[in-house]
Write a protein that binds this ligand. Sequence first.
Ligand SMILES: [Zn+2]
Length: 70
Amino acid sequence: MATKHWQAHLCVLCGYLYEDPPGVFTEAPENQLQWQALPDNWRCPDCGAKKSFFDEIELNIPTEDNEINL
Ligand SMILES: [Zn+2]
């Protein structure tokens, strides 16, 4: 079974999830920047927290027939 490496950053203040790549748990534009590519003055779109208020999350998600079962 193949696995998909999935990385996200979670806002510790409001729970906003910034996926990299997007589309696993949340809907996001396909042209969303990678986390590392975001400017230092980027802020959480929900609460305005700085990037330093985000916790990094890494998962390897098993994939089968391009579907993800949670
Ligand atoms: Zn936030």
